[in-house]
Design a protein around this ligand. Structure first.
Ligand SMILES: O=C(O)C1=C[C@@H](OP(=O)(O)O)[C@@H](O)[C@H](O)C1
Ligand SMILES: C=C(OP(=O)(O)O)C(=O)O
Length: 428
């Protein structure tokens, strides 16, 4: 696994924020479920997005891949004739691909094998297993390794789904249920976390012609026999990735973020609010936005609606004067790594003062970070957080498995260098 050594340097310049991975997954799926041709612009071929493209192709969609756009010929029409005799879907390490594709692949009687890598086989799927049991859908899986075989057909039903394990189950069902022959209801049985991701799903469904009645995120009524309508779509830029550069600004780097939609429904836009709470100013001009700090102050951050930005927001908290807390963060433990434990462990290696609790973290702000050997835990968001940390370290940082950024942001190291980040020995 290749290491990368970063020499502490301030970043300076403009960066085009990559396309939203969450919205790209959704647009590819919606366009694939529509009859006809859709063009999806602003695509980056991260491993997760490649997995979703491959999944829809496995189900019969024809997808032309161009440099930064896709032409999708959605011919997954769900007639018995089109039913595949059995398909294999490689989800790589993408929780979204897996949890979105399970119900979608079972809209008509099907036999599907899901495989994947890394931590994916350890991330929860019980919500689907309970549905399989109730609906007599056959399934077989291996513990800890993603190898799930499913045979059967999803049925119109009253789905009772917990809101605090993963919103991805709800999204998967919201995509599949409009295509069934009768109406369905999804009832959310525990408080909904990651609500912003459900908003993204509802937004894309509406654009592609699907109606869902949303009763305050507690109940969703989904009429059956609906049809997705093909349409062109441009994926907006990603607030989960923007968070790294927003925090970089808060740490004294001079980075302008281009092409961000400040009206976006992406929940990770909350990073801006957290930084404002911490005494940062957001400067907007014609070109983009940048963050300037007026001396970082401690605050309390609620992780429940925006789990993906917490590692990098914690980096800012580690350097903010006073006592900060990250609360409602239990779900960070079931991502590409245990992000709650990993964030505390790696920040402390840099001489932060962070303490891990069961579903929260406390941080006592320190004036500076040191440097040294740290681990990405093979998690893209940890590697990118540590890269931003290097800009305020006294000594070089050496991060293991630099390649893990490919999961969501393959050009991260190139952009980091373009902003003046110093990679010892070059970005090989
Ligand atoms: O729907 C989505 O696009 C996502 C939902 C979130 O997962 P959970 O709902 O499991 O928190 C988030 O962590 C993930 O990176 C992307
Ligand atoms: C957790 C993530 O994605 P997923 O759940 O799709 O694997 C992520 O991108 O941080």
């Amino acid at each position: 696994m290749s290491q990368i050594k970063l020499i502490p340097t301030k970043l300076k310049g403009k960066v085009s924020v990559p396309p939203s991975k969450s919205l790209a997954h959704r647009a590819i799926i919606a366009a694939s479920l529509a009859k006809g041709i859709s063009r999806i612009d602003h695509i980056e071929y991260s491993q997760d997005i490649k997995a979703t493209i491959g999944a829809m192709e496995a189900l019969g969609t024809i997808i032309e891949q161009h440099e930064d756009y896709l032409i999708i010929n959605g011919n997954y029409t769900f007639t018995k004739n089109n039913t595949m005799p059995g398909v294999q879907i490689d989800c790589e390490e993408s929780g979204s691909t897996l949890r979105f594709m399970v119900p979608i692949s079972l809209v008509k009687e099907n036999k599907v094998r899901f495989i994947g890598r890394g931590q994916l086989g350890k991330r929860p799927l019980d919500t689907y297993y309970e549905i399989f049991e109730r609906q007599d859908i056959g399934y077989l899986y291996r513990e800890n390794v993603l190898d799930l075989n499913v045979v059967g057909e999803l049925k119109p039903d009253l789905y009772r789904i917990p809101g605090n394990i993963s919103s991805q189950f709800i999204t998967g069902l919201l995509f599949a249920l409009p295509l069934l022959s009768f109406d369905s209801i999804i009832e959310i049985t525990t408080p909904l976390e990651s609500k912003g991701y459900i908003d993204l799903t509802l937004q894309v469904l509406k654009l592609y012609g699907i109606e869902v009645v949303n009763h305050e995120y507690k109940q969703f009524i989904i009429r059956g026999r609906q049809e997705y309508k093909a349409r062109d779509y441009r994926v907006e830029s990603d607030f989960s990735q923007a968070a790294f550069y927003l925090v970089a600004g808060a740490l004294g780097n001079d980075v302008t973020l281009l092409d961000l939609n400040l009206d976006s429904l992406q929940g990770d836009k909350a990073t801006i609010d957290f930084l404002k709470q911490m005494n940062c100013e957001i400067i907007e001009n014609d070109e983009g936005i940048k963050v300037v700090s007026h001396g970082l102050k401690a605050t309390t951050v609620d992780a429940s609606q925006c789990p993906d930005v917490i590692p990098v927001v914690s980096l800012a908290l580690a350097l903010a004067s006073g006592h900060s807390e990250v609360i409602n963060a239990g779900r960070l433990r079931i991502k590409e790594c245990d992000r709650l434990q990993a964030t505390v462990e790696e920040l402390n290696k840099l001489k932060a003062q962070a303490v891990e609790h069961e579903s929260s973290m406390e941080l006592e702000g320190v004036g500076t970070l040191i440097g040294g050997n740290v681990s990405s835990h093979d998690d893209h968001r940890m590697a990118m957080m540590l890269a931003i940390a290097s800009t305020v370290c006294k000594e070089p940082i050496i991060i293991d498995n630099k390649g893990c950024v490919k999961k969501s942001y393959p050009s991260f190291w190139k952009d980091f260098e373009m902003l003046g980040g110093k990679i010892d020995g070059g970005n090989l």
